[in-house]
Write a protein that binds this ligand. Structure first.
Ligand SMILES: [Zn+2]
Length: 271
């Protein structure tokens, strides 16, 4: 069994190319049983954190509806995280209704404090967190790249909503992950994923806090259908370590928790 809890569609406006077809191809090729997917088309700002022009803004409702159609066509395989737009939209009645009507396949709210240029503790984000609490959804948030997106800010949000699982995607992208690893010890409802996290950081987190705090996720298919193996230029992916080395290092029990059981329990993803 394998669950990848961090995949995307969309993101064309900021230069990514990630389609439902690529996800299905990857899942078949690499035997992924289930994926949790969010739609990057709901990103609000570009890579310099400037607001995307109006003609490139896609509403959070439209982005979600597209992914609902994708998940409905792939029952038991595709589950959703709702990428939200706290800067330019906020929690709308329409979005709440869409989530309620599809609560069987929706497992999390997805924040992107970098591409929204907004902290998870900002008052414009809070209504989404309250909604997550009310509907027993997790909150998965990008961490890394700017102050707003720091692991510490997500930790503060996690402290405000102790019943909601918060997942630090990337464990502080492009850092040595030490800030995020430390924070895991300070809030029981804080978790990490492995997206662009070197294997050794994941091992460190497991050694320090046990086998229930990290989940396997990859940002696929950000580097194409073979994201697990290599990038478009053929350079070896760090995920190869997770498939070829990690089980022998941490043992079957820790490995199975990481690769699917934690996602089943914490995100309630069940095929
Ligand atoms: Zn991502």
């Amino acid at each position: 069994m394998l669950i990848d809890m961090h995949m995307h569609t969309g993101g064309e406006a900021v230069g990514f190319h990630m389609t439902p077809e690529m996800i299905i191809q990857l899942m078949e090729k690499y035997r992924v049983n289930c994926a949790m997917v969010s739609n990057g088309d709901a990103g609000e700002c570009d890579h310099q954190q400037n607001p995307l022009p109006v003609e490139l803004q896609v509403t959070q409702e439209k982005a979600l509806q597209e992914n609902i159609n994708f998940a409905r066509a792939n029952k038991g395989k595709i589950f959703l995280a709702v990428w939200v737009k706290p800067r330019f939209q906020g929690l709308t009645y329409e979005l709440c209704k869409l989530i309620e009507d599809n609560i069987d396949i929706i497992k999390a709210i997805k924040l992107h404090p970098y591409h929204s240029a907004i902290s998870p503790t900002d008052k414009r984000v809070i209504p989404y967190l309250e909604f997550a609490k009310q509907y027993n959804l997790a909150v998965i948030s990008h961490t890394g790249g700017c102050e707003d997106a720091s692991p510490t800010n997500l930790y503060k949000a996690a402290k405000m909503f102790p019943s909601v699982p918060f997942i630090m995607a990337h464990m502080g992208l492009e850092s040595d992950n030490s800030e995020a690893i430390e924070l895991l010890g300070k809030a029981d409802n804080l978790f990490g994923d492995t997206a662009w996290v070197p294997m050794n950081s994941t091992i460190k987190a497991i050694q320090k806090y046990g086998t229930h705090r990290m989940m396997f996720g990859t940002d696929s298919p950000i580097d194409g259908v073979d994201t697990y193996k290599c990038n478009p230029w053929g350079e070896r992916s760090m995920y190869v370590d997770y498939f070829e080395k990690l089980r022998d290092i941490i043992g079957d029990n820790a490995y199975d928790d990481l690769m699917y059981r934690n996602a089943q329990e914490i995100l309630k993803i069940k095929p």
